[in-house]
Design a binder for this molecule. Sequence first.
Ligand code: RIB
Length: 302
Amino acid sequence: MLYNYGSINLDHVYRVPHLVRPGETLASHGYLVGLGGKGANQSLALARAGGQVAHWGHLNANDFWARALLAEAGVNVDGILETRGPSGHAIIQVDDQAENSILLFPGANHVCGRDELKNMLTQASAGDWLLLQNECSALADAIELAHDAGLKVAFNPAPMTDAVLKLPLESCDLLFVNQGEAAWLAGLPEDSSAERLLDALNSKLPGCQLVLTLGGDGAWYQCNGQRHFQPANKVQAVDTTAAGDTFIGYYLAAVQEGCGIEDCLSLAAAAASLGVQQQGAADSIPYRREVEQVLASIRSTT
Ligand code: RIB
């Protein structure tokens, strides 16, 4: 089983001609509210890919429609608990070039502490996975407790902050990073090559599996001496929100199926390429049959 202690956000998405500038008042030309949060998106992607996932998190009772959506997709939601304060939410601007900017209010994603995590982890067994992103509280406790209980820890340090540098990352088994996160973690310039970033992270965290996602420039895997590159499918993006989450959910579902690294990467890349062609976060996450069709068409042309 994979347990995802992850954020659940209500995403308020505005389509804008350009991302609002400091001091500017800008009218949007589209608005929708939907399920989001890196955690919830990743759980949904895992479930739509056919994976087994139980989500742990918190929501205000008024927002339990988000829990129902996850349950409908096949996510085990017994660990999504009610809290009194406001749920987490995000204000997302998406411009006409598919670029986005995201403002987060953590809300209920920051109510969980060490004792509750300890309690949650009693459900898990050695060998299970715990998936984390950087939108929830008590991450150092989560990593340490899961590692000590023999779980494998997958971490996506997004959105990246200096606090991540103080986490016990040496207890993680798998890290999903984009270019900026990799550079920040490695202490290198953001325009460093993928190979340089991977080598630096590998020296810092030997034995940890590294997945570096570069959007339209593909994705890399490295663990010690083993390295793979997955090119991106060339598509016209309309909204890249949750593309990374889709990639991660599909990648982990493939890991659960026992796929090799190259198959995990190609499934994840195909899913992300479909996701960026749809608007929204959770709403953009494709179903497995659609992703298999993309893979089949790639295979037929190579
Ligand atoms: O990765 C996309 C997600 O980031 C959005 O759904 C938003 O809620 C923020 O968490």
